[in-house]
Design a protein around this ligand. Structure first.
Ligand SMILES: [Zn+2]
Length: 306
């Protein structure tokens, strides 16, 4: 896709790409929302802004996945832009090793030291909280959108454009990847509900198209999560299963192949589903023969319809 500054509304723009970059313009200055996967993505953003005579002063990272802050380092080096993120996401942006580390839950195998999971580190100059954010002449609202990442945030511009980060994905992404990565299903469902009820003028996810009403796309995302939860409950009908066995059954049933990156992302998402089902008392676990075995709680039927 051509890297081109595209107007959303008023002074709110974006640069479409594999990861959309939000751009809020103030005179000849601009505020960026996420910076793409790597140095290359950062350079493309800089070239695009230069063509428009714009200088980035502020970068807001919605969350700490490598494909959202990988361009920070080069943009900061060339322009001196200041970076802002929420507290927990800041820790990972400054220490990229933490992403493959938490996904693998120990020193990761070498194949996980990939740019898809580990970006160049970037300093974070300020911590974001929900509410009004004022810096360098920019005024935006920060909203909490936790779930996909523990402290993911969204940005609402003065034009009423809501930059929704990875709170939901375009239907084409759901078709391609199935259950998207999610750190906390309980929070993700609450976030989807909040966005579904919201009334902003325009919505832009990082992976998808701008929409005036995003309710249908949001409901599709809820549907994918709810189907996954039902599927896991059915998988657990045959008795206790380990997390690995639940993952394997889920992957086979959905005709999905694994590679090292897909393995840790899907393992994380399945684990988040099990934690959620445990929180709402639909599954329990016990230890037997050196295994942590998950099972449906008594009284739960084995029909996917309830
Ligand atoms: Zn993400």
């Amino acid at each position: 896709m051509a890297t081109q500054l595209t107007q959303l509304k008023g002074t709110s723009y974006y640069i479409p790409g594999a990861v959309n970059t939000g751009v809020i313009v103030e005179g000849k200055d601009c505020l960026l929302i996420d910076t793409g996967l790597d140095r290359q993505a950062g350079k493309q953003i800089l070239r695009c802004l230069e063509e428009e005579g714009l200088t980035p002063k502020v970068i807001i990272n919605t969350h700490s996945h490598a494909d959202h802050y990988g361009g920070n380092a080069i943009i900061c080096k060339q322009t001196g832009a200041k970076v802002f993120a929420s507290s927990l996401e800041k820790a990972v942006i400054e220490n990229p090793y933490l992403e493959p580390f938490y996904l693998f839950s120990a020193a990761p195998v070498k194949d996980l030291s990939t740019r898809f999971l580990m970006a160049q580190p970037s300093p974070v100059h300020g911590v974001l909280e929900a509410g009004v954010f004022d810096s360098d002449g920019f005024h935006v609202e920060i909203i909490h959108l936790p779930g996909h990442s523990p402290e993911q945030i969204g940005v609402v511009s003065g034009d009423g454009v809501c930059f929704t980060a990875d709170a939901y994905f375009a239907p084409s992404i759901l078709d391609k990847y199935g259950l998207p990565y999610c750190a906390d299903i309980t929070s993700a469902l609450q976030t989807l509900n909040t966005l579904w009820q919201s009334d902003y003028d325009l919505y832009l996810p990082c992976h998808g198209e701008p929409e005036v009403k995003a309710t249908e796309t949001i409901l599709k995302n809820v549907g994918v999560i709810e189907r996954a939860l039902e599927q896991i409950l059915v998988i657990l009908c045959d008795g206790g299963r380990t997390r690995e066995e639940v993952l394997a059954a889920f992957m086979i049933q959905n005709n999905r192949e694994l590679n090292p990156v897909q393995y840790v992302l899907n393992h994380g998402a399945i684990t988040a589903c099990l934690s959620h089902l445990h929180l709402i008392s639909k599954v329990g676990y016990h230890f037997q023969d050196g295994k942590m075995l998950w099972e449906k709680t008594t009284g739960q039927t084995c029909s996917p319809f309830g």
